[in-house]
Write a protein of this length. Sequence first.
Length: 84
Amino acid sequence: MSSFIWIIPDPDPKLKLTVDSIDPTTFNFDDIRWIYSSSMKKYNEEFKQLEGFLYIANKRIKEHTISLHKRSIYRNVINKYSIH
């Protein structure tokens, strides 16, 4: 039987990542979707308190919805005029 002694240094405080140090304007739709996922549910309130987060989240969701709608219309036009 062998035993190990693990020596783990204290974390560098300069590398600490907190929600309030994140710039919400850099989020895309996938980031927003991940934040609202079940695995991130415990941090939702912290993100909502982040200045500008709700505005950016709603904007990205709206942009994504419009993009999906445009693709759907395009597919419908292609299918309507395609030769079967």
